[in-house]
Write a protein that binds this ligand. Sequence first.
Ligand SMILES: Cc1cc2nc3c(=O)[nH]c(=O)nc-3n(C[C@H](O)[C@H](O)[C@H](O)COP(=O)(O)OP(=O)(O)OC[C@H]3O[C@@H](n4cnc5c(N)ncnc54)[C@H](O)[C@@H]3O)c2cc1C
Length: 445
Amino acid sequence: MDIFAQLPDASVLTGPERTAAYRHDESHLTGDEPLAVVRPRGPAALRALVAMAKAEGFALVPRGAGTGKAGGCLPMGRSVVVDMKDYPGEIRVSRPDLALWAPASAMLKDVKAAALAQGLFYAPDPNSWDQCAFGGTLATNAGGPGACKYGMTRQWVLAVDALMDDGEVHTFGIPSVKCNTGPSLGQLLIGSEGIFGIITGATVRLVPAPRERLTLLLPMERWHDLLDLPGRLVEAGFLPAAFEFCDPAVLSDLRTHGPEAARRMPGEALALLEFDDRDCGSEAFLEALMDGLGDLAEHLQSATDARQREALWAVRRTTSVHLKERYPEKVSEDIVVPRSRIREFFEGLEAMGLPTVTYGHLGDGNLHVNLLQAGTTPAPELERQLMDLFGLCVGLGGTLSGEHGIGLAKREAFRHFADPYQLEALGAIKKALDPSGIFNPGKVI
Ligand SMILES: Cc1cc2nc3c(=O)[nH]c(=O)nc-3n(C[C@H](O)[C@H](O)[C@H](O)COP(=O)(O)OP(=O)(O)OC[C@H]3O[C@@H](n4cnc5c(N)ncnc54)[C@H](O)[C@@H]3O)c2cc1C
């Protein structure tokens, strides 16, 4: 008997062909064939799914848009993928509360646009912002270039609606920044990658949208001059809304094989800075900034209107796609080191002799270290290289993922480097919230 035919208010896909796409996300991993893919259209379907999962002994694997890079939404073993794309609800903005509610199914780009339409700003900006689902960004605590000023998704969440082990949807938090009623279960769900429950919606805070933007392209004569710049700028009182970079190897690759705009880039390395402070478009702001940059400002290009700004961003935006096309089997990591230790990190990386190229978010120390030869490196050797890389970051007070999370891809490394007390505590919380072990087992911990 097809047990899924009894599910109320849901559509169901079964069979290897119809579920094939759900065995992949944007990681290099492949999941098992799921028992079914269920698209719930309301709480009745979720309630029935929880009861069925417990009775039949299968796992529930939540899925947003499947853009994750850690394999977190891949079905493993006896599991049902819970695709949240049809979960109902309209995005609602409350101007007096400076708050926005959206269902997990909303696309992040629509959430950001709904805020902007009211002159308000929802900051989280993963580079996949036009492809990923709001629910997925909550579950992975997503963040992008703007995190160096605005923080990650976690910093924006006021309340979370989630399906929990009792089969009901609970709301954790209120639509206000002031809520101090003990530890926050809502925050525990942010970044939990689906292991404690399934997020159905959330209320996030908004701020007035920045009215001005100043974008600067900073070709660096000497790569090493770039490494202390994030810390120096912050110390001088400038907090960029983005501080991106390409190291000499990435710039050289872009210059030789990349888009036309990259071919003309002078210097050894490239930085791209964006400011959105009030008055950042003024002469006075630019002058003060140039003073702070000193002779680094020699080749600086600046833009304040949208078209020119896009032109400056173009090279940085194409970097990831360009490298992926040139090196399809590369492995791209998203390690983090504190801003004050970036120079030490690159010295350590050089000393290790790992064959890497790096670009990413220099402003908050979140660096996309790419192992271009991963495809031809024997698996144990690649494993060792990655563990050495993570060890270097952890030793400098950093960590092994700033954006993509743990999922399946970094589970072993996470277990290796995490404080055993923390692992045990996380395990105990998992048991308390998910005693039957139905929510995305085998991921993260
Ligand atoms: C080109 C590209 C660029 C990217 N850039 C960034 C970046 O700059 N910053 C960044 O943080 N990430 C980035 N990512 C990774 C990814 O886009 C983000 O992690 C995103 O938040 C995932 O959203 P999703 O809807 O696709 O989630 P999915 O991939 O579907 O799921 C991700 C995880 O969340 C869980 N999950 C999904 N929905 C729910 C739910 N409703 N309830 C509970 N758990 C759920 C899944 O089980 C899985 O563990 C990038 C990916 C790509 C392909």
